[in-house]
Ligand binder design. Sequence first.
Ligand code: FMN
Length: 319
Amino acid sequence: MGQEIRNFVIIGETSDGKVFRPSDWAERLCSLTSAVGNNKKLKYSQFVSPGTTPAGVKTVIVNPRLYRLDPLAWKFVLDFARDHDLRFEPIPVPPAYTAVAETFRARHSVRRFLPTPVSRDLISEILELASRSPSGTNAQPWKVYALAGAAREALSTALLERYIQNAGEKQEYAYYPDEWVEPWLSRRRKLGFALYELIGISKGDKPRMKEQTGRNLLFFDAPVGLIFTLDRRLAQGMLLDYGIFIGHLIIAAQARGLASCMQTAFTDFPNTIRSHLGISEQEMIVGGLALGHPDPEAPENNIVSEREPVEGFAVFQGF
Ligand SMILES: Cc1cc2nc3c(=O)[nH]c(=O)nc-3n(C[C@H](O)[C@H](O)[C@H](O)COP(=O)(O)O)c2cc1C
């Protein structure tokens, strides 16, 4: 479970219900951690900021990260609330946010599934939910081929045959760069090493590496495999809409107890997929998705994929 940052609020009312005076106590307290902005006005810090309750009572909102950043200021603020007998409460996180956050944090790519079947109704339900995702001009550019049972197996058999013959096909769009550079190269390597270590593939063991890569084409044994296509008459930018759609889909799946693994591995064999599923030339193969119940015994399902902290990828201005 990830760290949840829950703000606190100091309410300008004493425990016996009296409004706390002076009326500018909140601004004064906040000025302790404020700075002067470019416009020469006082700029409150994001960790201690003034507010009001819906009833108009002054408040100070305190971000608990202040504790680590400035322990003295944190102590001062807490002592202030305590010494003046002010109410000090956590700001409740909306239950919907908690549920969504838990679903996001629980999702991870699964690369070995149990054969437990998944019903068409359930797949249909999560597809319908995912289709609520936004798309430019509401174009809804997604088209999904949902495969289970013999249909899923037949496609995998055809693909694996091509893969074993090393019969590569021309990719329809470049998903990976021609040359990997930092910092992405290290991240990619880290994932590869973690996977091989967990399943006991030693460095340079090419036959087992090839076998593992080939498991992509089996949808990692998942009972349901999805193939996504995009009509070529649409522009490349619509892959953005597609990404949002798939993002919604994997979260909806997770919330309904299904694990997933997004797979662009299928883009290596667009012709085989097209001919096997009767897909016209007009449709570009975007990728695939394995869906099902995770095998709890499979070591490869235990990869812990780290993330950069927000400060590493977000530039905040004007806060
Ligand atoms: C567009 C896309 C394509 C991916 N293709 C593959 C793939 O072909 N095979 C695979 O094993 N994982 C694939 N992944 C899964 C990523 O490796 C995985 O999302 C990443 O390592 C982060 O781990 P997590 O999903 O467990 O959080 C893909 C993910 C995305 C978003």
